[in-house]
Design a protein around this ligand. Structure first.
Ligand SMILES: Nc1ncnc2c1ncn2[C@@H]1O[C@H](COP(=O)(O)OP(=O)(O)O)[C@@H](O)[C@H]1O
Ligand SMILES: [Mg+2]
Length: 291
């Protein structure tokens, strides 16, 4: 175990190139629109010429490939279990977008081993070298291993709807993440807002609560409206941003993507530090001595 971690660390240290932005899309409650957001956010970035990969972390219950409308013969699970190489589980989506499927039809919980976790971190490394943006569509809620993975991802987008239960669950999730890493860049986004005001109010509420109870500043990414084209696009198995570019939700998403791209642009000089921070985090994960 130690040897593997050591090898990975040395490899990381040798890497001098630019690393892509790794972003996890999370929520407290399920069904708030994470997968649809991830998919369309990724498609919009790819349309702008960015190299983008999606990793469906909802292992055994993944639906990114269904939303893309394509079949993936192998999933992340096959890679983690050592049955396939990383290249073999990466599939093509629209506009050069790549994705790793979460796989479906799995019953029971995946039994995480140290080896699987190492393989996941290795994949994460490789993707960061080869893509500009890597989006992790996380399953709902917080498990130990998902929080471990989140520890090595610098940017988190938290999705909530305006429902009180969704807001409190989103807050709990952010709290978990914040306790483990107070420096994490957290963005919040209200999905399925019935009005502009509802979106603003939801985001403000979450932002204020984070500030008041955890003294944490989170960034408001924006809000996306409740829009019937989402459902239509899901049924047609195409991203709404491609099939319905003139819909309110697609136009709003365009603005959100541009804002998100610009945000990092302002901080681009911090890149060296980001890589170093990432190494420190990896080290702390490995030194926990998990089996
Ligand atoms: N902005 C939206 N407007 C209307 N329906 C939406 C919107 N976002 C998501 N949905 C619907 O909500 C359901 C759950 O979305 P999904 O992306 O699968 O959520 P999650 O990945 O968080 O479980 C889907 O049926 C989808 O059509
Ligand atoms: Mg999902």
């Amino acid at each position: 175990m130690r040897d593997q971690a050591e090898t990975l660390r040395l490899k990381m240290m040798k890497w001098q190139g630019e690393l892509g932005r790794a972003i996890a899309v999370v929520s407290g409650k399920g069904g708030v629109g994470k997968s649809n957001f991830t998919m369309n956010f990724a498609t919009t970035l790819a349309q702008k010429g960015k190299r983008v990969a999606i990793v469906d972390m909802d292992i055994g219950m993944g639906n990114i490939n269904i939303l893309i409308g394509k079949n993936a013969s192998y999933s992340l699970k096959d890679y983690l279990e050592g049955n396939n190489t990383l290249d073999e589980v990466i599939f093509d989506g629209p506009y050069g977008l790549k994705y790793i499927s979460g796989g479906s039809g799995m019953t029971g919980v995946l039994d995480w081993s140290q080896n699987m976790f190492d393989r996941l971190i290795y994949a994460f490394e490789e993707l960061q070298k080869n893509y500009d943006y890597i989006l992790f569509d996380m399953g709902a809620g917080a498990t130990n291993w998902s929080l471990d993975l989140l520890a090595s991802i610098d940017e988190i987008i938290v999705i909530s709807t305006a429902e009180p239960t969704s807001i409190t669950d989103a807050y709990s999730m952010m709290k978990y993440i914040h306790v483990r890493d107070p420096d994490k860049q957290i963005y919040i986004l209200c999905n399925r807002a019935f009005s502009k005001e509802e979106g603003i109010e939801t985001n403000e509420r979450l932002k204020l609560t984070m500030k008041k109870f955890l003294d944490k500043d989170v960034l408001i990414l924006g809000s996306l409206p409740e829009d019937p084209v989402v459902r239509k696009a899901v049924r047609e198995q195409v991203p709404f941003s491609l099939a319905y570019p003139d819909a309110l939700i697609s136009k709003t998403l365009q603005l959100i993507v541009v804002r998100f791209m610009d945000h990092r642009a302002e901080e681009i000089h911090a890149h060296d530090q980001t890589s170093k921070k990432f190494l420190t985090k990896l080290r702390s994960i490995f030194s926990k001595g998990r089996d």
